[in-house]
Ligand binder design. Structure first.
Ligand code: FAD
Ligand code: NAP
Length: 314
């Protein structure tokens, strides 16, 4: 039989935004329930060193998230291993349904579902996903020991993935569609100095090529964006690192979104277009998308929810 759990504050997501909201809401005696989703700890669990979390010169992403979870539990957050598959925001109490069958009734909701890796959208990418095409070097880099790999993208993730892959691969080619990277300068410096890395500027991906039996990648066909010249890069692995899209499917058509799905929040607040529903972290942030800004927004969302509940139910 499915059970129904009720809470003043339902937090959906267990990244820095969700856990920080949980710490603040718990300390405000709001007895929050936090639903973790399929990636407990969020995006930082698929990286290695985090070097910009204040107070830690360097910390492993997964370790940081284990600490955040422990903090949230310690102050009394009820943490559920579940995935919200449906959310009804049409009336209060709001109702969320979990994959487990559990129904969550909540007087307020904090959306902290973050973002998910973006894919190029090529049929050949789809064919080889999991068979040479990956969006997570930390997860899959080990399989490419002594082999040649390609990373696609020019942001922080692409550069970090490329550097991480030099620990395993014999050669890492970074393919970028422009002639400059948007990654932080300190990361760019490390990339340019690494003898295992070569960079192919101004190239767009045409096709991932490979064998069908067994299914596996053998190369990447790229096109120069101005001359149209085609180049074949032999490789066994292709790591797609072209950014992340907000995970806002659950609330599509229920709260206002913009810029390709980011939840709109009122300036200076985490309030969404639905009273009692707040959004924090990458789901609502097309600009900064950092662990620290997500945590900051998680704090804001808990304080906003507390004020909302005091004004509406107090
Ligand atoms: P996320 O971390 O994206 O977490 C989202 C959470 O929502 C997950 O727990 C997921 O399971 C849950 N969820 C999603 N859908 C549902 C659902 N339907 N039901 C329940 N739960 C759901 N930032 C830095 O500041 N420094 C770094 O060094 C850094 N390195 C990075 C390296 C990589 C490889 C990547 C991908 C990102 C990196 N970032 C870094 C960015 C940082 O990870 C994000 O800005 C941050 O994690 C966003 O936090 P968030 O809480 O908004 O969501
Ligand atoms: P991003 O900053 O949005 O960069 C995406 C990159 O992919 C850009 O270089 C973009 O090219 C390229 N791109 C986008 N679509 C493409 C396509 N269809 N084909 C080919 N290339 C494409 O994404 P991100 O690197 O994943 O970073 C996301 C956020 O997380 C950022 O805010 C970042 O700062 C943060 N983050 C931080 C750290 C850190 O602090 N160390 C580490 C990782 C991530 P253009 O440059 O031409 O647009």
């Amino acid at each position: 039989m499915s059970e129904t759990l009720s809470t003043p504050v339902l937090i959906i997501g267990s990244g820095p935004a969700g856990y920080t909201a949980a710490v603040y809401a718990s300390r405000a005696m709001l007895k929050p329930i936090l639903v973790q989703g399929i990636q407990p700890g969020g995006q930082l669990t698929i990286t290695t060193e985090v070097e910009n979390w204040p107070g830690d010169v360097t910390v492993q992403g997964p370790d940081l998230m284990v600490r955040m979870e422990a903090h949230a539990r310690d102050v009394g957050t009820q943490i559920e291993t579940d995935m919200i598959t449906a959310l009804d925001l049409s009336q209060r109490p709001f109702r969320a349904t979990g994959d487990s069958g559990t129904v969550y009734e909540a007087d307020s909701v904090i959306l902290a579902t973050g973002a998910q890796a973006r894919w190029m959208g090529l049929p050949s990418e789809e064919t080889f996903k999991g068979f040479g095409v990956s969006a997570c070097a930390t997860c899959d880099g080990f399989f490419y020991r002594g082999q040649e790999v390609v990373v696609i993208g020019g942001g922080n993730t692409a550069v970090e993935e490329a550097l991480f892959l030099t620990n395993f691969a014999s050669k890492v080619t970074l393919v970028h569609r422009r002639d400059s990277l948007r990654a932080e300068k300190i990361l760019q410096d490390r990339l340019f100095k690494n003898p295992k890395v070569s960079i192919l500027w101004d190239h767009a991906v045409e096709e991932v090529t490979g064998t069908s039996d067994p299914l596996g990648v053998e190369g990447l066909r790229v096109r120069h964006v101005t001359t149209g010249e085609i180049t074949e890069i032999p490789c066994k692995g292709v790591f797609v690192a072209i950014g992340h899209a907000p995970a806002s499917e659950l609330v599509k058509d229920q709260v206002e979104t913009h810029l390709g799905g980011y939840v709109v929040t009122r300036p200076g607040s985490t309030a969404t277009s639905v009273p009692g529903v707040f959004a924090a972290g990458d789901i609502a942030d097309p600009v900064y998308r950092q662990a620290i800004t997500s945590a900051g927004m998680g704090c804001m969302a808990a304080l906003d929810a507390e004020r909302f509940l005091a004004e509406n139910d107090g």
